[in-house]
Design a protein around this ligand. Structure first.
Ligand code: PLP
Length: 388
């Protein structure tokens, strides 16, 4: 029966833990959520439309359109359905990424083919992709790892030669740009995540950007049970009871409360990105001189950093993980190659030596929208004291 009072437990815990992620859920976000709850329209509604428009505006889109979803996984999935992926098709994808992209492909019955990443930025290597294209290849899945834009222009050449589509998993890259162009404003189909730990969040959420506005209707049908005429009514706070069902659809729209939270976060994006860039540069300056550790060769200009990752050399990653854990600093691993997971063990693949090496080395350090210098210094001191 007797339980230690909470205060006693807290006082025993002398240092505050530093988590890998810490979403920003400040007063304006709480207020937006409360207002949306009070309005009582919880499903897809006018706020969902406003959120899509805010994303379009943020990306500076004119011809392209945004369709919001309840996750990036589902955005990738309806993008895969939009381009008609199915059994017998192959999609070339990096093994070195989150399994959400692979799952979106394999769910259609298409096969994932694993290609290696380039050693510098650990993003899909166009030369390795080219080696793997066959007559069954229908698409390329590319990931903007950490928020650094992938080599989409080079992949475009291969795609054009072979008549392939490109699905860009930009889950890390909302707010990033490539040569001045916002990610999502160029290229083929782009998918964003507004998940719990992403740069800005709708709690759970995502979006598809399509270059072809005529795809919007299909994407809305895919998003909402194949129903052909409900979205416009819902965007006006109404329901259309007299609808047709025109295809196999799913149910992955973005509800009103998540949309309201996303709308409240959107004006903070520039500040959050600038902060994260500063923190990454601070880490770079402190950690670059250390032996046995590699940082990424970017200055973060134009990058909306989602994660801060270092590469730990000499097989010492686990030791560093434990060293930091003892100091109350959490770390993450993004990623282990997906070709190592049993469900994907049988997939066709090219040489994956860069992926395998990176899987052993990468270590994610804490990066939040708002961080105290003392927190950054605690992480830096932790890594330094390990290296020394
Ligand atoms: C987070 C993430 C996803 C999935 O996003 P959800 O919104 O959580 O479904 C997909 N790809 C990558 C690379 C991610 O980091």
């Amino acid at each position: 029966m007797a339980q230690a009072p909470v205060t006693q437990q807290v006082s025993q815990q002398s240092v505050e833990q530093v988590p890998v992620y810490r979403p920003y859920l400040g007063p304006e976000v709480q207020q937006a959520a409360q207002e949306a709850l009070a309005a009582g329209w919880l499903g897809m509604g006018p706020l969902s439309k406003q959120f899509e428009e805010a994303v379009e505006e943020r990306l500076g889109l004119t011809d392209r359109r945004v369709v919001s979803t309840n996750s990036c996984t589902e955005a990738l999935h309806i993008a895969a359905r939009l381009i008609g992926l199915g059994p017998g098709d192959e999609v070339i994808a990096p093994s070195f990424t989150y399994v959400a992209g692979h799952q979106a492909i394999s769910r259609t019955g298409a096969e994932v083919v694993f290609a290696d990443v380039d050693p510098e930025f650990l993003t899909l290597d166009p030369a390795r992709v080219r080696e793997l294209v066959t007559d069954r290849t229908r698409a390329i899945l590319v990931v903007d790892y950490l928020g650094i834009p992938a080599r989409v222009d080079e992949l475009r050449e291969i795609a054009d030669e072979r008549g392939l589509r490109i699905i860009e998993d930009a889950a890390h890259a909302f707010g990033s740009s490539s040569r001045g162009r916002p990610v999502g404003s160029f290229g083929d189909i782009t998918c964003f995540s507004f998940g719990p730990v992403k740069t800005i969040t709708t709690l759970e959420g995502g979006a598809v950007v399509t270059p072809d506005a005529t795809d919007v209707q299909t994407l809305r049908e895919l998003r909402h049970l194949g129903i052909n005429s409900d979205t416009d009514a819902r965007y006006r706070n109404q329901r259309n009871w007299d609808f047709d069902v025109v295809r196999q659809g799913y149910r992955c729209h973005l509800g009103s409360v998540p949309s309201a939270i996303g709308l409240a976060q959107m004006p903070l994006l520039d500040e959050i990105v600038a902060n994260r860039q500063d923190y990454c540069r601070y880490y770079d300056d402190a950690l670059r001189p250390l032996d046995g550790l590699l940082t990424f060769a970017t200055g973060w200009d134009g990058v909306a950093p989602y994660l801060y990752v270092v590469r730990v050399l000499g097989g010492r990653r686990q030791a560093l993980v434990e060293h930091l854990a003892q100091r109350g600093i959490a770390t993450g691993i993004h990623y282990y190659g997906a070709h190592g997971y049993s469900f994907y063990a049988g997939c066709r693949r090219g040489d994956l030596s860069v992926t395998e090496e990176a899987s052993e080395q990468v270590l994610t350090l804490p990066l939040h929208p708002y961080m105290e210098k003392a927190t950054l210094d605690r992480v830096v001191d932790g890594v330094r004291s390990f290296s020394a």
